[in-house]
Ligand binder design. Structure first.
Ligand SMILES: *Cc1c(COP(=O)(O)O)cnc(C)c1O
Length: 479
């Protein structure tokens, strides 16, 4: 499979400083694959099948490009796993980690101690986040962030004397991580099936997925409103005195980049306020510039009580997660004695130092601003122009530098493929062979490139996506 690039001149990215070392491969691809198959269990994978086909071995990266062990240059339309917001190979982040490791590689924050990196990070987050967010609790991942959210929500209502408020309402096809709590909060049935037990008092309502689930002649706005109103019905069913919180991703990421219509979040917020229920925005993907705003809830125009952060917080250079607390929640936690929760690496100094360097880059290089005013609108328009009236594209969702392309058998009639998952896999394989990373979630193709991407690189991603989607249509005999 080859991909021709005659219409575009690509900028050759600078080679990383340490590339001589990286290029000096210690093992052949076959050796890597054999050892990987022998000893490594991958997340969310069918290992039998993966071991037969072999993994792609990624050996280095720069900007928006990856290189595999056969020296193929691949454009990364997914920013790793939605996280490498500042792109690969940023020396500022590597330097911050190196310096911090030499100065103070670790100290805990449990026993009346703190350290400069976590102090700087907290102050910087308070500056970057919307006004009422001035306090942050740290962990190592988005999943742990959502575990922490449950602890904070529970403690909050305990401090208010409302001990019966225990239920948390979430959504089907939402994603909140893969610890037991994250997995329970999420609405992925295939994950629930393999869980030995679930966290109690978590219930789900339907997602605002217009293309796949709207019936009749509802407009997207009417449909989104109806889906939001399921929250009210669920609260009334359980009893408002028993409901502690609602959690949702401002737009669903892993669920397929599902963007609710503008009516959705204001209605969710209205309902949460009416019944005195905390509103949690899982900003693990949406946070740090993805939609062109610093946080995705700002894009949708609502005010959560808690925000879960991870991924773009460090651009994935080292693991870190956090929870941001609205002043009124923070006050309750701060003024009511011990909060019995923590992780050895809460506020890890190296992670915090990298996060600070990362956030300063996003701010001072005006990366978030550029997504909002320049590259984001360009990317969205390019996708819409390219796939308008495409025979198998039913919907393009997204804002800023995130998009979902709905594969459909009959786009106009909103008819999905009966074997949508297989069609997604076919398309994903064409992308893979064309050296584009574009993720398939069922019958939706997802893009979420590094936020530093330039217009030529956007052109390359969209051209390669077009090639893969055209090839998919051709293989299905649709034109
Ligand atoms: C990735 C993700 C998580 C989980 O984060 P991990 O770091 O993988 O634990 C939680 N919520 C959302 C919205 C995510 O996309």
């Amino acid at each position: 499979m080859s991909y021709r690039t005659e219409e575009v001149t690509y900028v050759q990215p600078a080679q990383p400083a340490a590339s001589a070392q990286a290029a000096q491969q210690k093992r052949s691809t076959a050796e890597y694959r054999a050892l990987d198959a022998a000893h490594h269990i991958h997340p969310f994978s069918d290992m039998g099948s993966l071991n037969r086909s072999g993994s792609r071995v990624i050996v280095k990266a720069q900007g928006v490009y990856l290189w595999d062990s056969d020296d193929n240059k691949i454009i990364d339309g997914m920013a790793g796993l939605w996280c490498v917001n500042v792109g690969y190979g940023r020396k500022e982040l590597a330097d911050a980690a190196y310096r911090q490791m030499q100065e103070l590689p670790f100290y805990n924050t449990f026993f009346k101690t703190t350290h400069p990196p976590v102090i700087e990070l907290s102050a910087l987050l308070a500056e970057l986040a919307p006004e009422p967010f001035n306090h942050f609790f740290y962990c190592n991942s988005g999943s742990e962030g959502n575990d922490t959210v449950l602890r904070i929500v529970h403690q909050y209502w305990a401090t208010q004397g409302k001990h019966s408020k225990k239920f948390v309402i979430s959504r089907k096809n939402g994603y909140h991580g893969s610890t037991i709590a994250g997995g329970t909060l999420g609405g992925m049935g295939y994950m629930h099936e393999q869980m030995p037990s679930k966290v109690e008092n978590i219930v789900h309502i339907d997602q605002p997925y217009f293309f796949g689930e709207a019936e009749g002649n509802l407009t997207p706005e009417e449909f989104a409103l109806a889906r939001a109103q399921q929250l009210e019905a669920k609260i009334l069913e359980i009893g408002a005195d028993n409901v502690a919180a609602f959690i949702g991703e401002p737009f669903q990421g892993a669920g397929g980049v599902i963007f609710p219509a503008s009516t959705y979040w204001p209605e969710i917020q209205r309902i949460c306020r009416k019944y005195d229920i905390l509103l949690v925005a899982d900003e693990v993907i949406g946070g740090f510039g993805r939609t062109g705003e610093w946080f995705a809830h700002q894009h949708f125009g609502f005010e959560p009580d808690l925000i879960t952060l991870a991924k773009g917080l460090t651009s994935g250079y080292v693991p870190m997660g956090a929870v941001g607390l609205h002043d009124r929640v923070a006050k309750a936690i701060i003024e009511n004695g011990d909060f019995n929760h923590g992780l050895t690496y809460s506020g890890h100094p190296v992670a915090a130092a990298v996060a600070v360097a990362n956030l300063k880059l996003l701010r001072d290089d005006k990366i978030v601003e550029r997504v909002k005013t320049d590259t984001g609108p360009y990317f969205q328009k390019k996708l819409r122009d390219t796939f308008a009236n495409h025979p198998i594209i039913g919907e393009i969702s997204g804002a800023g530098l995130v998009a979902g392309l709905q594969l459909a058998e009959d786009p106009k009639a909103r008819k999905r493929f009966a074997n949508g998952g297989e069609v997604g896999t076919i398309c994903r394989d064409f992308c893979f062979n064309g050296n584009l990373i574009m993720r398939a979630t069922g019958d939706r193709m997802l893009l979420s490139p590094p936020l530093v991407i330039n217009k030529l690189e956007i052109d390359e991603i969209v051209a390669k996506a077009k090639y893969a989607i055209d090839a998919t249509a051709q293989q299905l005999g649709i034109s």
